[in-house]
Design a protein around this ligand. Structure first.
Ligand SMILES: Cc1cc2nc3c(=O)[nH]c(=O)nc-3n(C[C@H](O)[C@H](O)[C@H](O)COP(=O)(O)O)c2cc1C
Length: 247
């Protein structure tokens, strides 16, 4: 059995995971943004494709926790990190370390550039046709590796990992909110109460931007001053057209 495992608040990571998964037969999807995630155990003859976005150069904390509910048993795994053109720093090594601890053998990994989910002009349109062509070549290589003796790979990153620091975006709802409750239902950390979706629990919110992206009335947004500040900072430091990396 093949599994697609993903944490993808705004859909960029899931899109790439689904693309990779289509190259392997009948994948079962495991969306670890769900709050009622059951435990899973995979076997040596399964194959697992796991994708997360980089948040501040690390795995989103809740994704790192939920990955601990997924166990392998010498199960080969393909790792994907998407990032918004700044840097992915220790995300890939952290993902590899967690998966190895959970009984997986990491046989391949990709760090792919995707639209920045806070400042969407940055790397807008990525991954594009060229990115998918590169990925196609790598998928061929992964298929070869699966047929050969399964060998663990090395990925870049530092240990100890950099400190997990994500600037809170102070997401709020505007007067356009009709309390439809979609954001409350889909929030990966239950930070929005369904009885009053106009409120966001700042302690729980991870600023993942899902509620902002999925709101049918575009009634949710970050604190404009913070969005502006991040936008200016990122526009300065992000080099355009960053390259994907494959390991
Ligand atoms: C809270 C937060 C922190 C982020 N930190 C980084 C980062 O450190 N480096 C980077 O290049 N992109 C960063 N991004 C951009 C995301 O990694 C990127 O847009 C990713 O593809 C989003 O995945 P998704 O569409 O599956 O949610 C961050 C986005 C968010 C919401």
């Amino acid at each position: 059995m093949n599994y697609n495992v993903f944490f993808s608040p705004t859909g960029g990571t899931e899109k790439v995971i689904q693309y990779i998964g289509r190259n392997f037969s009948c994948p079962e999807n495991i969306d670890i943004s769900k709050t009622d995630l059951p435990n899973y155990v995979m076997n040596a003859d399964d194959f697992c494709i796991v994708g997360v976005p980089s948040f501040g150069g690390r795995i989103p904390k809740i994704a790192a926790m939920r990955l601990r509910q997924i166990n392998g048993n010498h199960t080969p795994a393909f790792l994907l990190v998407t990032y918004g053109g700044r840097a992915y720093e220790d995300t890939l090594i952290e993902l590899k370390d967690i998966l190895e601890m959970q009984g997986f053998i990491c046989i391949g990994a990709a760090a792919m550039v995707a639209e920045h989910s806070i400042v969407r002009q940055i790397e807008a349109g990525r991954p594009d046709e060229e990115d998918y062509k590169e990925l196609d070549h790598f998928i061929i290589e992964i298929k070869k590796r699966l047929q050969d003796e399964v060998c663990p790979i090395e990925v870049p990153g530092n240990t100890p990992y950099k400190e997990y620091k994500v600037l809170p975006m102070e997401i709020r709802a505007s007067e356009h909110c009709i309390k439809c409750g979609l954001c409350a239902k889909k929030c990966p950390v239950s930070a929005i109460p369904s009885e009053n979706p106009k409120v966001t629990d700042a302690e729980k919110c991870i600023s993942c931007m899902r509620c902002v992206k999925i709101c049918p009335l575009q009634a949710r947004s970050g604190n404009p001053a913070k969005v502006e500040m991040i936008s200016e900072k990122l526009q300065k430091i992000c080099q355009p057209n960053r390259q994907n990396e494959f390991f």
